[in-house]
Design a protein around this ligand. Structure first.
Ligand code: 5RP
Length: 239
């Protein structure tokens, strides 16, 4: 699957033009995109300003000598390229497998165009069937939220420091939980048969006090570049 990620990431690097402000997503697929941008910068003198969605991407971009701006200095991002964990036919998705969903959603929200890059294994008929839904929560009161998720039948699991999940429903001490770049915990919710109504779930999660953001990215993505096992890339566009 590494190759499908590479093909999608490198195709997306063709979208970047001189003078653009570009949101740089997070994850192993985005790494190919950013590395290709680094090559274009040194080969052709491509000059753009990057806005990063995680400390990891910032470190990568800086190591390649790319110009980075803080989001607070930017009013409009021309294009953001990011990965995704699961993508449905309407180009809605689940993100946050890399723990960066909050920063990713903030950057996406300020972007004129959002392009996702993914291998074809991320395409899914119904969100939640391939991947758990990450929810970023404030540390204070997070155990109470966890118990509320259990009661709701959402089968929560703490995200651990090594980025794996604890067992569903398992109690985990705070020092073993992953802390995100913005200082929160992540709880992953498991929907055995997928999410039946993404809009109402998104609304419920957004209205729950203590949840900072959830990993449902609905109506955000404009285009998906899919890397396929046969070596081609397919472009899916939001209707
Ligand atoms: C990070 C994300 C990533 O974009 C998503 O997890 C995809 O990662 P990868 O390209 O490594 O499969 O949402 O929070």
């Amino acid at each position: 699957m590494e190759n499908t990620k590479k093909w999608a990431g490198e195709k997306a690097a063709e979208y970047v033009e001189n003078g653009m402000v570009v949101g740089l997503g997070t994850g192993s697929t985005v790494r190919f995109f950013v590395e290709r941008l680094g090559e274009r910068a040194s080969e052709e003198g491509l000059a753009f300003t990057g806005v990063t969605t995680s400390f990891a991407t910032q470190k990568l971009a800086e190591s390649l000598g790319l110009a980075i701006a803080d989001i607070s200095e930017i009013d409009k991002i021309d294009l953001t390229v990011d990965g995704a964990d699961e993508i449905d036919p309407q180009l809605n998705g689940i993100k946050g497998g890399g723990g960066a969903l909050l920063m990713e959603k903030i950057v996406a929200t300020h972007s004129v165009k959002n392009v996702w890059i993914a291998g074809e294994d991320k395409l899914s008929a119904r969100l939640g069937t391939l991947f758990k839904l990450p929810v970023e929560v404030v540390k204070y009161g997070s155990e109470n939220l966890f118990r509320a998720f259990v009661a709701d039948g959402f089968q929560p699991a703490w995200r651990l420091t090594d980025s794996t999940n604890a067992d569903i429903g398992a109690v985990v001490s705070a020092d073993k939980r992953l802390t995100t770049d913005q200082g929160h915990f992540i709880i992953d919710l498991h929907f055995e048969y997928g999410i039946s109504d993404t809009d109402s779930l998104a609304q419920k999660l957004s209205q729950t006090v203590g949840i900072v953001e959830h990993g449902l990215f609905l109506g955000i993505c404009n285009e998906v570049i899919v890397g396929k096992a046969d070596g081609t890339v397919e472009i899916l566009t939001r209707k």
